[in-house]
Design a protein. Structure first.
Length: 271
C-alpha cells in the first residue's frame, strides 16, 4: 500500500472513532455540538492522529492502543484552527472551501466550540484505566499545545507581524506547527508503552517533520522561510530536516516504514 492508500485507510479509522466519541448533534445544547462536529468533520487529512497511530505501531503497539489519544490530538488541532480563524486572529472566512466556524455559527459559539473541543480532548485522555500512562500522555499533550509549544508560537507570531526575522521565524515554526506534531509522535510511543529511547527518538522525528511541515507551507504560500531563505534555500532546509527525521526512526526497522513515508509526503506535498 502506497502512502496515499495508507493515509486514506487510517483517515477512515480516525473519522469513525471521532464520530463515535463526539456528542451527537441532537444532544442538548444542540448548537455547540453542531459547531464541534462541523469543525471536526471539515475535510482534514488527519495527519496528526495518523502520526499517533503510526508511532504506536512502530513501537510494537496496536492501533486500538492509540486511537483515543489520536482522537484527542485531532480535537486539539481542530480547536486551534477554530480559534485561528476568528476575526481577532487570522480573520478567515473559509477553511478547506467551507465557511469557518464563526461564519457558520457566530463568533461566540465558535469561541465556545474551540473551548469545548479542547476540554473534551482532555476528558478523553483522562478516561483510561492506567492513571500513570494517562498522566504521561496528558503531560505530553499539554506541553505540545501550551505556552512553550503551540500557543507560545502563536503569541510570538502575532507580536512579530508582518515581517519576523529568521530566528523569530524559527521559534514560531518549531512551536506553532512543530510542537503538536512532535507531541503526537511522543504520545503514540507512550500509548505503546515504549522505552524512553524510543519515545525520545520519535519526539525528535516529530520535531523535524513538524518544522518541515511549516517550511513547506511557507514555500507554497511564498512567505516566511521562502522569503527569508529564498525558495531554493527553504527547499534545501526542508530536505535536510527530513533526512534527519529518517535517521531518527532507523532503530525501528520495517515497522517505521509508514513514518518514513509520512515524512516524505510532508516534504513533497503540493497543498
Amino acid at each position: 500500500m502506497g502512502i496515499s492508500g495508507y493515509l486514506k485507510s487510517r483517515q477512515k479509522l480516525v473519522d469513525a472513532a471521532l464520530d463515535s466519541c463526539l456528542p451527537r448533534e441532537n444532544e442538548y445544547p444542540k448548537e455547540i455540538h453542531k459547531a464541534m462536529r462541523y469543525s471536526v468533520f471539515s475535510g482534514g487529512k488527519r495527519v496528526r492522529p495518523i502520526l499517533v497511530l503510526a508511532s504506536c505501531e512502530a513501537c510494537g503497539g496496536k492501533t486500538g492502543d492509540a486511537m483515543i489519544p489520536a482522537c484527542a490530538i485531532e480535537l486539539m488541532h481542530t480547536y486551534s484552527l477554530v480559534h485561528d480563524d476568528l476575526p481577532s486572529m487570522d480573520d478567515d472566512d473559509y477553511r478547506r472551501g467551507k465557511p469557518t466556524c464563526h461564519k457558520k455559527f457566530g463568533e461566540g459559539i465558535a469561541v465556545l466550540a474551540g473551548d469545548a473541543l479542547l476540554t473534551f480532548a482532555f476528558e478523553l485522555l483522562a478516561g483510561g484505566k492506567d492513571v500513570k500512562a494517562n498522566n504521561a500522555v496528558i503531560k505530553a499533550a499539554s506541553e505540545g499545545i501550551g505556552t512553550y509549544g503551540m500557543i507560545g508560537g502563536q503569541v510570538v507570531d502575532i507580536l512579530n507581524q508582518p515581517d519576523p526575522d529568521l530566528p523569530t521565524l524559527t521559534y514560531i515554526n518549531a512551536r506553532k506547527t512543530g510542537a503538536l506534531i512532535a507531541a503526537s509522535c511522543r504520545i503514540g510511543a507512550l500509548a505503546a508503552r515504549a522505552s524512553r529511547k524510543q519515545a525520545d527518538a520519535l519526539t525528535r522525528y516529530g520535531e523535524y517533520i513538524g518544522f518541515t511541515f511549516q517550511v513547506v507551507d511557507d514555500i507554497l504560500d511564498k512567505e516566511g522561510f521562502a522569503l527569508a531563505l529564498g525558495v531554493d534555500g527553504a527547499k534545501k532546509e526542508a530536505s535536510r530536516l527530513i533526512k534527519k527525521a529518517h535517521k531518527e526512526i532507523e532503530l525501528f526497522g520495517r515497522k517505521a516504514k509508514p513514518l518514513g513515508d509520512l515524512a516524505d509526503f510532508i516534504l513533497n506535498r503540493k497543498k
